[in-house]
Structure formats: structure tokens, C-alpha cells
Design a protein around this ligand. Structure first.
Ligand SMILES: Nc1ncnc2c1ncn2[C@@H]1O[C@H](COP(=O)(O)OP(=O)(O)OP(=O)(O)O)[C@@H](O)[C@H]1O
Length: 528
């Protein structure tokens, strides 16, 4: 039943900070903004036949109202249990594992929410696939993920309009730990043959992610209705202590809705601000729109999965600024994918400028994050690239990354293989740039050359190849005048390029270089 909902809104300044909408920012910073007025409204959205979402309008300004009304849309729990509740005990091993998953498997509680988003994305992907290969799988709603958090009620709700679950699937998949319906789904498709669904589209594989909700929730309710034609809706509930109930329910939309009553010590997950930043951190690229209290929050596409030729310079700029948390443009871009010897999809950038930390004498943090199937595994990974490449920004996605159940720990041998492949590819990338656009590369060397020199000293495996990228501190005119590289680049900018050319005076560099010792080693061959 549709319930009227009235709530007085929080202060405008808080709304502006939390929602950061165009309108809110306009109201705060525009000199033309009209005085703030308080507005509260009541309305409801009817999706399909059921009223699912409620809206709350916030404070606004007269001017902002004309532009864009900041509003919140929360998910309502409108389903009604109609059937007889069946009581089930979790199996003994499930109980034991549940305890481990809830208490010691994950290092961060916030992971629960990326597990639920991954499940929702898998469910949408399965529905999309079934629609292609079988008739009758109609999508009743857009293929989207909706999350709503309510501080007052201390709840977290996630809803997808994906494949959903039948009664049997609810028993099998949620009633038994380590039972991955997603893995079984892929295996079935393979067995039946003829399916072209790529494995990298589905994230779940271990059958434990769902149980991470017990790290934060006291009571979990799952409403689900399978997208198979003629399916009924069900409500599955548990307090995680040893049993669950399952009953038929009415008003359940096709897909799955999970309602978590948060524990007191996890009340921060009812904060929109917290969830917004966790979504952006872990699940920004899951491939389906994620709405948080009615606002779409994952705006960046997983560019690295797309065809190289389909990505525009503007998209690269936006993506670079997102991954590097920067405001300049990338000066070099590498969109690299390979299937052998590993299935790698990546996009890497060199920033236009060497900013901040390193100039101030502090070490830069690594700039490349490791993903597997579009889900973040290691943010700003320390193990993915050697330290001297810390100025490179971007994303590497390894489809076949052998993860452990918590998706946090990786096998060292896989990482070191990946690291070797990526390092060699990056050096080759710089090499190509130095040939294709020597002037640009010389300028890059002025800013970033220190990293290459560092690489020569510390990266025994790659030093020979890095050495070929060095440009020297001196250059000469035809008349034999010695000038610095910086001056050379400046004179070239002024159009005097025909007079000056770069020289590779091995001796001169060696004398000036702080890396003299490394350079003297005879295995470093230097060429122009
Ligand atoms: N939102 C959902 N819609 C449909 N089915 C779901 C949903 N969430 C979970 N399931 C089913 O429950 C199963 C178990 O989920 P769980 O998150 O525990 O494991 P998983 O996703 O298979 O693997 P992993 O542990 O790697 O995340 C899934 O494989 C899927 O079949």
C-alpha cells in the first residue's frame, strides 16, 4: 500500500554538501542566487504496478528550482508476505562458515556492499543474456541497481531488476554457503553449448559474498521474483544465527530487493555520504547504472573494456581525471589489451605535469589500480608495477585473476608475471612515443626523467631497456656550443630547431649524473 511520507528536510547547506547537485552548488556559490527557501514535498513513484519509491524534496532556492530540483528517492518496503512461512535450519557447515565470513574473512566491512552490487550486476547481466537466447524473459524495469539508505531507520536497501530467484534458487543459493548460482549459471550455459556469454561478464564465483552482509546487519530480508515467466515472489529472511524463513509474498517486483537492518556499530552505512564514496571506490565500473537515494552515482564507463578505436579523446580526459584525481590532461595514453599470456585489459596515462608531492620531496603513491572483471581488487596497487613507474596512472583489469574468497589476497606468482608484462609494455610504449614524437618526449623527459633514472638504478631486469629512453643533460649546436636540454627544448619552441640537435654524449652524462655508479656498469648500453 502506498503510504504518504512527510519528512522535514535537513539544512540546505548539508544537502548541498551531501548531494553536490548542480542546483545546490549554484545556490551556495552563485552571486545571483536568490534567498534560500524551505520546501518540503510529498510524492511517490509508481514503478510497474507497485509503488516502490518515495521522494523527498529538499531545501532549494528560487533560482535553483528553475534549474534542477534536488530530491531524494528512497526505496519503500511495500511487499506483503502472504504465504505460510517455512522454517529452515542452515546446514552445520553453513553455520560455521557463516561465522567465519561475518567475522574474519574480510579486512574491511565496507566490502559487503561491493559484494551486493556485484550480485546485482550479475543478476542484470544474466537477465540480459537470457533475453537474448530465450523468449519470455521480459524486463519489467530498466536494467539498473538502486540503493537507498535511511539514517532514521538505520537501514540499507539494494534492489536490482535482474534475473531474480525462484523458491528453489533461494533455498539453494542463499540457504547454502559456498553455493554459487552464478558459477552454476555459466556452467549450465557451457554444458548446453551454443552460448556466447563471456565469463568476464559474471563476477560471482565462490558463493560466499552474500554472507558478508552479516558483518553489518542484524536482520536480512530478501524479496525476490524470478524473471522466468509465471514466477511468484518470495520473501527470505534470517538473523544469521542459524536459521532462515521462506514465504510467498505479494507485490514483489521481478529481480531482487535486499533489506538490511544495520547493527548499531555499522550505522555509518546508513549515511549517504559513506555509501557514495564506497560505491565510487569499489563499484564505479560495474556496467549498470547505480542510483543512490535516487541519484545516479557511477558516471564513469569502464573504458578499458571498450574497443580502442571507440574511445574518444574527451572520454579519455574524463577517465584520466577520474582515476588520477587530477585536473590536467594526459600527455600520453596507452589503451592496451591482450589475451595471451594473460587476459589483460588496461588503460594507462602519463599526466601532463608532474604535480605536487614528488616536487615537494614526498614520494608519489602508486597510480594504477588493479581490477578483475570491473571490480576493484587493489586500489593504487603497490605490487602491480615497479616503484619507479609510480607516476603512471590508470587501470589494469585481469580477467583470470585467481582470487581468494575474500577477493583481497592474490597469488604472488600471478602478480609478478603481470608486473613483468606490464613493465615491458610500458617501456615499449615510451619507446614508441620517443620515436613518433621526439619533441614531446624530450619535454616529458625534463619532468619525468628522474623516474627513468631511478628505474635504471633499482630495476635490474629492465635497466637496459630503460636506458634507451634516457635523454641527456646536454645538447650541442652544430657549432659545438653546449646547451642544456631545457634550453634546447625552448629554442626549438621558438622555431630554431634546424640549428640544434640532440647529442648523446655518454661521457658528459656520466660525469654529471648522480647515477654514475650504475651507469658505469658495462651492461648498460646507451643509444640515441
Ligand atoms: N541479487 C541477486 N539476484 C539473483 N541472484 C542472486 C542475487 N544475489 C545472490 N544471488 C544468488 O546467490 C548466489 C550466492 O551469492 P554469493 O554472493 O554468496 O556468491 P557468488 O556471487 O556466487 O560468489 P562470490 O562469493 O564470488 O561473490 C549467487 O551465485 C546467485 O545465484
Amino acid at each position: 500500500m502506498l503510504r504518504a511520507f512527510v519528512r522535514s528536510a535537513p539544512s540546505f547547506a548539508r544537502a548541498a554538501r551531501a548531494h553536490s547537485t548542480k542546483a545546490a552548488r549554484f545556490a551556495l556559490f552563485s552571486p545571483h542566487a536568490l534567498p534560500i527557501v524551505r520546501r518540503t514535498a510529498v510524492s511517490a513513484t509508481v514503478v510497474g504496478s507497485q509503488p516502490l519509491l518515495r521522494q523527498i524534496n529538499f531545501y532549494s532556492t528560487e533560482a535553483a528550482l528553475k534549474d534542477e530540483e534536488p530530491k531524494e528517492t528512497l526505496i519503500e518496503e511495500t511487499e506483503v508476505v502472504t504465504g505460510q512461512e517455512q522454517h529452515h535450519e542452515f546446514k552445520t557447515e553453513t553455520k560455521k562458515l557463516l561465522h567465519i565470513v561475518a567475522n574474519s574473512l574480510y579486512s574491511e566491512k565496507e566490502i559487503y556492499h561491493s559484494e551486493l552490487i556485484s550480485n546485482a550486476a550479475d543478476a542484470l547481466e544474466k537477465l540480459r543474456h537470457m533475453q537474448l537466447i530465450e523468449q519470455g524473459f521480459e524486463a519489467t524495469h530498466p536494467l539498473e541497481i538502486h540503493i537507498s539508505v535511511d539514517k532514521e531507520k538505520c537501514t540499507f536497501i539494494i534492489q536490482d531488476f535482474g534475473i531474480g530467484m525462484t523458491e528453489e534458487e533461494l533455498n539453494q543459493n542463499l540457504g547454502t554457503i559456498a553455493q554459487s548460482g552464478s558459477k552454476a549459471f555459466l556452467e549450465n550455459l557451457e554444458k548446453e553449448g551454443g552460448s556466447s556469454m563471456s565469463k568476464d561478464k559474471i563476477i560471482g564465483q565462490f558463493g560466499v559474498g552474500f554472507y558478508s552482509t552479516f558483518m553489518v546487519g542484524d536482520k536480512i530480508k530478501v524479496y525476490s521474483r524470478s524473471a522466468r515467466p509465471g514466477s511468484k515472489g518470495y520473501c527470505w529472511t534470517t538473523d544469521g544465527l542459524g536459521s532462515y524463513t521462506l514465504a510467498e509474498a505479494e507485490g514483489v517486483a521481478v529481480g531482487t530487493k535486499i533489506v538490511i537492518e544495520l547493527r548499531e556499530d555499522s550505522a555509518n552505512f546508513a549515511s549517504k555520504f559513506t555509501i557514495d564514496s564506497v560505491i565510487k571506490k569499489y563499484s564505479n565500473f560495474v556496467g549498470f547504472p547505480i542510483h543512490l537515494n535516487g541519484t545516479k552515482v557511477n558516471t564513469v564507463e569502464p573504458l578499458w573494456t571498450q574497443d580502442k578505436s571507440a574511445v574518444t579523446t574527451d572520454q579519455h580526459r574524463e577517465f584520466y581525471r577520474f582515476v588520477a584525481n587530477a585536473w590536467d590532461d594526459p600527455q600520453f595514453t596507452l589503451h592496451y589489451r591482450t589475451d595471451a599470456p594473460m587476459s589483460i585489459r588496461s588503460i594507462l596515462y602519463v599526466p601532463e605535469h608532474l604535480l605536487s608531492n614528488e616536487l615537494l620531496g614526498q614520494r608519489l603513491e602508486p597510480g594504477v589500480s588493479l581490477y578483475s572483471r570491473k571490480v576493484l581488487i587493489q586500489p593504487k596497487s603497490k605490487a602491480l608495477l615497479p616503484e619507479w613507474l609510480r607516476f603512471v596512472k590508470g587501470v589494469v583489469d585481469l580477467e583470470d585473476l585467481p582470487l581468494n574468497v575474500s577477493r583481497e589476497l592474490l597469488q604472488d606468482n600471478v602478480l609478478s608475471k603481470l608486473r613483468n608484462i606490464m613493465t615491458a609494455r610500458i617501456i615499449r610504449w615510451f619507446h614508441n612515443e620517443s620515436h613518433q614524437n621526439p619533441d614531446k618526449f624530450n619535454k616529458f623527459f625534463l619532468d619525468f626523467g628522474q623516474f627513468l633514472k631511478e628505474g635504471i638504478c633499482i630495476d635490474a631486469q629492465s635497466k637496459k631497456d630503460i636506458a634507451k629512453l634516457l635523454r641527456y643533460e646536454t645538447s650541442a649546436t652544430k657549432e659545438g656550443e653546449l646547451i642544456g636540454l631545457k634550453e634546447y627544448v625552448e629554442r626549438k619552441k621558438e622555431g630554431q630547431e634546424r640549428i640544434y640537435y640532440l647529442l648523446t654524449p655518454k661521457r658528459k652524462f656520466a660525469e654529471e649524473s648522480p647515477y654514475l655508479e650504475a651507469f658505469r656498469k658495462k651492461d648498460i648500453e646507451v643509444s640515441s
